[in-house]
Design a protein around this ligand. Structure first.
Ligand code: 3HC
Length: 283
């Protein structure tokens, strides 16, 4: 890309991680969110993540400073006008995401690529909201973004070959590994991963074992870096439920039925790390 300016919409855990990753690779980033407090929290989480990498000797303090220096913030969507690529990482709601895509159509130049970090919404439906559907694509990052190597690239039915190639090259330029999936419910990773988490929740629901033991069994018996319930807490149990419902409704297959306990946890507001309590408690 001749113009390397990147826009990220949404300053939550994913948006902040995505902004950090592009900035660390040398790209100028504008992180936009409607709320100034969200931008402040996003910047603080980037600072904490960079400090962690410095402390572990992964990067030099100067590199952390330079990364932070490449991240500007704004509450104004118009500030994204000159961006070559805008990645949205906002709430998982098709109407709200489509609205953002429609307003970007009016704000950004005709060459701008719109990428969505959606975990399971149809890219084809999102692309249909744009007047440039061939320039809409999925860039699905994984939590914690600075650590996880994969970017799952999702081609909408309308995405052009050129845009897919550009985004694949860009993913490599930020030090991540791109893999392309066609657009389908849950794409590849969440279609495999999230039903596994749901099944672990069913094991607890049916009283087979405690959350601690289920997690320990999967760590020791399957070499998972963290147990499925801890992972559900990390992702957010509301998002896990959202993905299960997308799979269940989309494929119309009972094997994707969300666990009753998962629904109860979400009803109770026990959403995982972000609410301080999920299957485990967080200080
Ligand atoms: N920023 C920067 N670095 C971080 C970090 C962060 N937020 N979180 C962890 N790290 C780094 C640490 O510095 C450390 O680096 P080092 O080993 O090179 O020194 C490394 O990651 C490991 O960290 P810790 O030692 O603190 O902790 P763990 O060894 O327990 O690893 C973990 C933490 C990386 C989260 C690991 O448990 C893991 O890989 N878990 C699985 C995560 C996963 O599956 N994510 C995908 C979720 S699905 C998703 O996001 C898709 C969505 O659509 C739902």
């Amino acid at each position: 890309m001749a113009n390397e300016a990147i826009g990220v919409i949404g300053a939550g855990a994913m948006g902040a991680g995505i902004a950090q990753t592009f900035a660390a690779a040398g790209f100028p980033v504008l992180m936009q969110d409607l709320k100034a407090e969200a931008l402040a929290r996003g910047r603080a989480s980037i600072e904490a993540s960079l400090a962690r990498l410095v402390k572990r000797g992964k990067i030099a303090a100067e590199a952390a400073e330079a990364t932070l220096g490449r991240i500007a913030t704004s509450t104004d969507q118009q500030a994204l006008a000159d961006r070559a690529l805008v990645v949205e990482a906002i709430v998982e709601n098709i109407e709200i995401k489509s609205e953002v895509i429609r307003s970007l159509d009016a704000i950004c130049g005709p060459e701008t690529i719109f990428a969505s970090n959606t975990s399971s919404i149809s890219l084809t439906r999102l692309a249909a909201a744009s007047e440039r559907p061939e320039r809409v694509i999925g860039m699905h990052f994984f939590n914690p973004v600075p650590v996880m190597n994969l970017v799952e690239i999702i081609r909408a039915l309308q995405t052009s070959d050129a845009v897919c190639e550009e985004v694949t090259a860009l993913t490599q330029a930020i030090g991540k590994t791109p893999r392309v999936s066609k657009d389908s419910y849950g794409f590849v990773v969440n279609r495999v991963l999230v039903p596994m988490i749901n099944e672990a929740i069913n094991c607890v629901y049916e009283g087979l074992a405690s959350p601690e033991d289920v997690d320990e069994m999967m760590k020791l018996g399957a070499n998972h870096p963290m147990g499925p319930l801890s992972l559900g807490d990390l992702i957010g149990l509301d998002i896990v439920l959202d993905i299960m419902e997308t799979l269940y409704d989309g494929f119309d297959d009972p094997k994707y039925r969300p666990s009753p306990l998962l629904k109860q946890m979400v009803d109770a507001g026990y959403l995982g790390r972000k609410s301080g309590r999920g299957f485990f408690r967080y200080g």
